[in-house]
Ligand binder design. Sequence first.
Ligand code: ADP
Length: 228
Amino acid sequence: MILLSNVSKVYDNGSTALNNISFVIERGEFVFIVGPSGAGKSTLIKLLMHEETATSGDVIIKNVNVGQLTQKQIPYLRRNMGVVFQDFRLLPNKTVYENVSFAMEVVGAPKRAIRRQVPAVLSMVGLAGKAKMLPGQLSGGEQQRVALARALVNNPAFLIADEPTGNLNPKTAMEIMELLDEINKRGTTIIMATHAKEIVNVMKKRVIAIEDGVIVRDEARGDYGYEN
Ligand code: ADP
């Protein structure tokens, strides 16, 4: 479970990105975060990843108050969480296999587990035949699949996706959404910030809308609700 209680974030330059927001996301949910540019979506994602810390309020992930974590405990939080971005962020000189196995190596997974888990996750995202290729040899959709495999290889409880279809054409974007839906149905909680109106309207998942740093809507099976 993720619980935000009266969370505000004021950046050092004085701009208030989030203003007293609260919500609960239960295990297994699929949640879209929507809202205009500058609304506070990325800041919210950064708080969940502990890339930024809240100015006030509590961010509680799996019963741990993230604001009270010591530097040493942060990797344990991150291990619970896979992250994918609009721009994929793959290592260009490593193969598909290595991009994914690296995520297991950095958390100290045994070699045997790596040899078992990497092919399994690549097959799950539909890339079983592309393990030896470099990211530059893949389409955008395939690169996002590699990023998803990397995010999921350590079996995180949560997947956080910041505009994951932003660089993809509509058909490829929908294929990635079908994969995310499948991943969610296997039990991973998904939190996805997006501007993709068609996708949000088709998926019929929970929608949390943020404007000017406050939650203006929180709907089960919601719509995108903006013109674009
Ligand atoms: P969104 O992702 O919805 O576009 P952001 O979370 O990026 O919104 O931004 C919310 C507000 O916080 C904006 O006013 C933005 O200018 C401000 N902001 C975001 N990041 C920073 C930062 N690192 N330093 C100062 N202000 C920031």
